[in-house]
Write a protein that binds this ligand. Sequence first.
Ligand SMILES: C[S@@+](CC[C@H](N)C(=O)[O-])C[C@H]1O[C@@H](n2cnc3c(N)ncnc32)[C@H](O)[C@@H]1O
Length: 324
Amino acid sequence: MDRSIHIAVMTTEVVKALSPHNGGSYIDATLGGGTHAASLLESSAPDGRVLSFDVDLMALERAHERFRPFGNRWTGVEANFRDIERVAGEYGFAPADGILLDLGVSSDELIDPAKGLSFQVAGPLDMRLGPKANIKGLTAAEIVNTWSADDLEQILRDDGEERFAKRITSYLVERRRTKPFSTTLDLAEAVRNAVPRSYERGRIHPATRTFQALRIVVNDEVASLREVIDAARQILVPGGVIVVVSFHSLEDRIVKQAFKAALDLDPLTKRPVVPTETEVNRNPRARSAKLRAAVKIDEQMILKSNSNKCKQKSNIWVTPTPFP
Ligand SMILES: C[S@@+](CC[C@H](N)C(=O)[O-])C[C@H]1O[C@@H](n2cnc3c(N)ncnc32)[C@H](O)[C@@H]1O
């Protein structure tokens, strides 16, 4: 099995926020290339444990080799993070001292032609990360070729935040009449033709947002994210921290609102933490990353609070130095 080529983002900041300790139990809800998980194991040595989730079996297979030296301190499981409460219970990780979600896809998945995730890599128009991410078997090709124009336009606008959603949809619907879409490059080319020339000169490829929207829908990412934050709160120990790294504004908004709405979570990051310039230069994929962290507060604390939302500061709970 090949080694992972994925470069994890903001590893120092992730570890700082979770401040792992010896003997602690940590959930890495998105294994990917395994760098964050390895950092959590190293910083909770000699006895800290990490449970890693991924919906992609390939990520887990790669990781087994990498984590062999950690023995039974590391466990990998093919599971969707939306099932975190049940799975953490089954593996003895509830309560947990810290939970990490590093959202989106890994570079290993992006370059895998079979997954069909990239507008730069020739492959089938699929986008399924794995059976646990997509129980209904929906593919990107099915959406593009069979969904109504209204539904297609809506996901491009809502999930892709694509300002040319209407134009792209009209183009795709017209084109699919004569030749249904079956490959990534075919779709990428059609989107490029659908948008104004000026869009092409922008910072991102014209098909970026269309591909983002399709991937989000195929893997039910919005619902999974909402569910996991809710469930994570139930299994964190008071003083435990949840960290979420997101890569686009839709995700970041969901995280920000979920942290704010939860009575038993106190945000550690007023504004999201972003990577340093040095990191972005080294790893351009990091440029859109945003990290938010929140600490679990217990019932007593909520009851003591007069306001609706408990405003107590997290460092009462011994956890990390709050971010700026
Ligand atoms: C950005 S990568 C994580 C990188 C990782 N933190 C590292 O250190 O290399 C995101 C990973 O999350 C996985 N993933 C996406 N949605 C998931 C879900 N709902 N449940 C579990 N894993 C998921 C993807 O398959 C991918 O491997």
